[in-house]
Design a binder for this molecule. Sequence first.
Ligand code: HEC
Length: 184
Amino acid sequence: MYKGWLPALAGAAAMLAQTPHPQSTKYGVGRAATPEEIGAWDISIAPDGTGLPEGSGTPAQGKDVYASKCAKCHGGQGQGGDEGPLVGGKGTLASAKPLKTVGSYWPYATTLFDYVRRAMPYKQPGTLTTNQVYAVSAYVLFLNGIIPETAVLDAKSLPQVKMPNRNGFVGDPRPDVGPKRAAK
Ligand code: HEC
């Protein structure tokens, strides 16, 4: 029963081996990713804003983006609908019924940009322009009462937005992770 696919596999391996690249010498397969291919995946934004792209947006600009691309799932005011809420829950974290939202729980505003850009709208991720991501992030922060309606969010101002739960997290005290580990 194995006789059929073993030669087929060997044939496939031989085909792959015909397109070597500098880093493939070890296994003899694949090719180096192009800078463009790496760039398309290399979109992580650090908590301090490192990696934020050029562009900007205001809550007023984000209102329309939100209404047409987010409200259906997250509710007209971010209160939740078919999917979870993005707004509210402030002050509930220590209660018997904590409501974790962007406003009540997330420690960094920069994460909102990163998350929306990479994952939303849920069924069409990656379709928003940079300015739309800034704008709709601004609108969600505005709905949470964190920034005024006139605030302009960009690579400089977004990291400065102070989230209500910024200090609600504790560090990991284990010695084998984090900076202590890295210093070794
Ligand atoms: C088709 C429904 C749908 C649409 C449209 C949609 N979302 Fe979502 N959203 C989801 C789902 C489902 C999740 C949870 C995903 C998960 O946990 O993996 C989510 C999660 C989120 C979260 C994380 C919430 C949290 O606290 O964990 C944010 C922020 C968010 N969406 C923002 C947006 C924004 C902004 C838009 C519009 C640009 C949008 N979403 C459009 C379905 C949707």
